[in-house]
Design a protein around this ligand. Sequence first.
Ligand code: CP
Length: 313
Amino acid sequence: AKHLLGIETLPPAAITALLDRADHYVDLSRSDNKHGDALAGLTQINMFFENSTRTQASFELAGKRLGADVMNMAMQASSIKKGETLIDTAVTLNAMHPDLIVVRHPQSGAVDLLAQKVNCAILNAGDGKHEHPTQALLDALTIRRNKGRLHRLNIAICGDIAHSRVARSNIMLLGKMENRVRLVGPPTLMPSGVAELGVEVYDDMAQGLEGCDVVMMLRLQRERMDGGFIPSEREYFHRYGLDADKLSHAAPDAIVMHPGPMNRGVEIDGAIADDPRVSVIQEQVEMGVAVRMAAMDLLAQNLRAARAAQGAA
Ligand code: CP
């Protein structure tokens, strides 16, 4: 593929190949010499129209570790503030011959649209409520490394599913890899058309977590709630926040995940998040760098092959 826009169009074999490549980059990132040359000579531009800590930092580190020239566009200081559109901004940057553009945008579909206007590889770093493919891939890598496999697992995704691109990409990826996915949360925070997703739905944490191998908690995405249902934090934590009591219903060797940023005492008890016996939250962050290195490596290989074919034609 030319771009990484979502999990929806990614076949299972491509997911496995990317995770295998990412395993290699975990080893490289843990070594004293973290540098590879898969992106040497290439230019990577990061355009984040929404706040980010993990995704922005890991894409930047991933590009630098693989030898790319990395430029972070300061969107707050860009001509977007003077009314320039997303597309005009992208077309302008495209004229500077980047090879990879990483984009996060609050509008669902904005990244797909942008991919049609440029001739470099586009990576979706999260678009609205639509997709966050590299998050689902780093979650998959974390699960595979902890459970020794990425199939036939019981996985509960809990909380604000309706507004979560992380949930959407994970539901698709984990379903493609033949896992049993359960969604647990208040009915008001379930997406419409949930029956078509091939998942089980629960509004009770004890029932939803029963025997689960993986418990994935999600933040309340208040910025996407449009003034609709916003639960009180106290009541929400009482019913849906992950604490030791609720976790006791999961399998004894269950792992706890959270994509971050976390709101402690809202969707998760800080003691669970910090417990190294169950929490793999920091490992998810580590896997994020390796997955983004692998994604850009594979896209760069495709880009070089396409250019070579064009040159030969
Ligand atoms: N998980 C995630 O996307 O985190 P950031 O918003 O900090 O990038």
